[in-house]
Ligand binder design. Sequence first.
Ligand code: GLC
Ligand code: CA
Length: 562
Amino acid sequence: MAVKKEAREWYKEAVFYQIWVRSFADGNGDGIGDLYGVYDKLEYVKSLGVTAIWFNPLYPSPNADFGYDISDYCNIHPDYGDLDQFKKVLNRAHELGMKVIMDLVINHTSDEHPWFLESRKGGDDNPYKDYYIWRDEPNNWDSIFEGKAWEYDPVRGQYYLHLFAKKQPDLNMDNPAVREEVKKVLRFWLSMGVDGFREDVINFISKKEGLPNGIGFLPIIGSMHNYKDGPHIHEYLAEFRKVCDEYGAVQIGEGPMTTVNNALKYLSGDTKSMDMMFSFDHMMADCLFTEYYHRPFKLIRFKKALSRWQYKLADKAWNSLYLENHDHPRIISRYGSEKFHRESGTALATAYMFLKGTPFIYQGQEIGMTNIRLKSIDDYVDVSTINNYHKYHLKDTVEQRLRRIHLSSRDSARTPVQWDDSENAGFSSAKPWFFVNPNYKTINVAAEEKDENSILNYYRRCVKLREGNSVLLYGDYREYAHDNPFVYMYERRKGRTSCFVICSFTGQPITFMLPKGFAGHSAKMLLTNYPDKRVTGRVGKLPEKGLKLSPYEAMVIKMKRV
Ligand code: GLC
Ligand code: CA
């Protein structure tokens, strides 16, 4: 079959919307989000201006990790519908001009997957015997979600490796038969018409030979060196890339803790196997493992991380841009301010949507959903939240420990989408499977639709501004005022035209001294999150004595450069 490489270039001008289906919209009234609900909301998704959808795992799963523990790769979870309903959604999305990508989770399966059930039986002539990683004695690795990385299986009489939860045994990617299974899965979805994959913890799939013990005192990180960007990773990914090439499918790798230099190996040159990678660096602006060691948000760390990826990838590779997803708490609560809800929600949108790369918007982010604060750890359902609570800071008071959970739990990003102010936030006619954030009375889609200045309508403006704008799409990136702890300022430049993004990250009014050479220049306002203060499109002169910025004020201005 001919290689259709160019066919996938669409991703550079795309804007993605991420759907974590269980909490998106319930179409059949059982309290669980599903593909019937998605179908009904496709016009809404389209109305944001987005051109592609990423679905978190939709497959059958015992939900030990809400879909990331797959028990059948080629089917749809009965909670969400069936293959026919998926095809309806896929076709309708395509009709509306939106691409669809699936989540590919191949580092591990569920322990209820038939391959694992066979593998545990062992036996020399069992073809599934080496589908997973079995040992007589465990090494010292820690899992990311649930204690030690090895679990004893009494059926087989050996230990199996699980980098995540106990119910997520790691596949043995060194086994060529496993790689053939992966290719079958790719072909199954690609031949149905899906446009690509987001590939879960893809930089973990090749483990160091002999599985040596981890070193260092930080348990998880110490183990990680033995499986992150491992020895055969690029060989294996080349095999999968070949299949995706046949269909012109886009591949986006999740690369936890990968460095930008390592990321370039996935994204460029002979070893290119991915079109984009999700970096975690800017998620450390407070701290990723917030339950473990929480530190307050620092804008400088945030800017540094984003700039590092912008500069290093510049002309070599393409960035993926995100602030929220199903693994990270809500950004207004984390990097912004719930007090300045609208202002900080729109400032955060401005800060990342105009970087060079492809923006991803996570469900609910576009209306400024915030973290939920549940009263007891028993109300939480995420395996890593529960484990972290019971593992770290045990000497602290319950209140202190819960506070950390409020700041960091993945469950904060997984509350039902707030559609309106009716019961259950319009998410479902039945009691939702998980808690609705009580602020749904004011923060909801219906209310924001009506308000021209809402966060929702601001996201639409951002998407529109980026659309077809060659400076914002392809212009070079440069950061200014990088030592300023309150303001993020960057330039996107193409030829003699530049767009500048200026965002305040503080609830205090401030005066921002523009970098040398800017004062007195004529500039045109393209976008502002303070609708009453400025008229978009007005040409004015940049002030000599510093730019006065209101709390979380953000703008995009355009200037001719000499
Ligand atoms: C990725 C997913 C996360 C999941 C983990 C294990 O980080 O985004 O939700 O728990 O991988 O599959
Ligand atoms: Ca349902």
